[in-house]
Write a protein that binds this ligand. Structure first.
Ligand code: ZN
Length: 365
């Protein structure tokens, strides 16, 4: 066991090991990259390596420190246990008063956006002031091992007002503590926060590597594993969690929507479909927008390079049909409007309204 188990992004992994070896560990790291790329796994590995009793710059998986950290590999049961203790559907004051902290090792904390959406979402999950205050206090304690590590998953979920407190922690960092912030993109954090972190952006893992990784982890036919790897856009975690049937259904319905939108007709049907898309809960709305992007890119590439369809290889027929009707300008307009829609979501403009205006703008007539 060790850093070599991490899939992809070898240079980043080497850089992290090097910091530990030279005992020059920053007080704040920022890992960014799409969902499922391995940000949390890498943070967990770093925390283990920073405290391993046998190795100075890697983790053995067998010493007392590594064993205490092992349950963090499956955080959901730990979060569930924390929620059972506190009570899941509590009011926001209680969420602040009893901050949710996952801790299996005295020096390593995992902080996740709260309230956790396990069953009934009551409010938007975000990192809370209460959690940050607890981190601030705990960061100043001396570690029992070598280093205190605080993993802040979904660091981009916190309110911008609350991030002042985080900034304060980052401005006066205790020597023996490291905060690891995990976020989808660096732009989703304030510049003041970002600039105090050593940043690492995790790049997509090559499809062949993901396919190999799935071999021992996913019971499926070889062609299904290949498709899951191709659809994952370079995220091993996404490939592993992929529901192929659901994904195909969803992408087909989006393609059908795009075709109707291009034809500039049946708006009642389009708007009914966007309402369903905006409300469905299996996939996050952000990942639905990612599907739009991946389809637009394939439509564009399909028109330019014959035979190339890297993102949606299973929908070749449908995409080729649409690419014959749509041209470069159409796709450019579509992705531009999609960017606008993504931006407006941060300002809480309605999802369905945003999708409606996107599709209404795509008429080719
Ligand atoms: Zn160890």
């Amino acid at each position: 066991m060790g850093f070599h188990d991490f899939l992809g992004n070898e240079r980043i992994v080497r850089a992290l090991g090097g910091m530990l070896r030279r005992e020059r560990v920053p007080n704040a790291l920022l890992f960014t990259g799409p969902r499922g790329i391995g940000k949390y796994t890498l943070a967990r590995m770093f925390a283990a390596a920073a405290n391993c009793e046998r190795l100075p710059d890697d983790f053995c998986g067998e010493c007392a420190s590594c064993l205490r950290m092992a349950p963090l590999a499956e955080p959901v049961p730990l979060i569930e246990a924390g929620l059972t203790q506190r009570g899941e559907s509590v009011d926001s004051a209680a969420v602040e008063r009893t901050p949710l902290i996952v801790e299996t090792h005295p020096d390593v904390w995992l902080i996740v956006p709260d309230p956790v959406r396990l069953r009934a979402p009551v409010a938007r999950p975000m990192i809370r002031v209460g959690q940050l205050r607890a981190v601030q206090r705990a960061a100043s304690y001396r570690p029992q091992g070598r280093r205190r590590v605080f993993i802040l998953d979904g660091a981009d979920s916190m309110r911008w007002d609350d991030s002042d407190l985080l900034l304060k922690i980052l401005e006066e960092p205790p020597e023996t503590a490291t905060l690891i912030l995990l976020a989808l993109s660096p732009d989703s954090l304030q510049t003041t926060i970002r600039s105090r972190c050593l940043q690492f952006h995790l790049a997509p893992v090559p499809t062949a590597q993901i396919e190999e990784f799935l071999k021992h982890r996913l019971r499926a036919k070889p062609e299904e594993r290949r498709l899951a790897a191709q659809l994952s856009a370079g995220s091993p975690g996404a490939a592993l969690a992929m529901d192929l049937e659901q994904s195909t259904r969803l992408r087909k319905s989006i393609l059908a929507l795009l075709e109707q939108a291009a034809a500039g007709e049946k708006y009642a049907e389009i708007f009914a479909a966007t309402a369903r898309l905006a409300k469905q809960e299996k996939e996050s709305f952000e990942s639905i927008l990612e599907l739009f992007y991946s389809l637009f890119t394939d439509i564009l590439e399909c028109g330019q390079v014959a035979g190339r369809l890297p993102r949606n290889p299973d929908l070749r027929r449908e995409i080729e049909l649409l690419s014959k009707k749509a041209d470069w300008n159409w796709v450019r307009r579509a992705t531009h409007n999609l960017d606008t829609l993504e931006g407006s979501l941060r300002r809480n403009v309605g999802r369905q309204l945003g999708l409606d205006s996107l599709l209404a703008s795509l008429s080719l007539r």
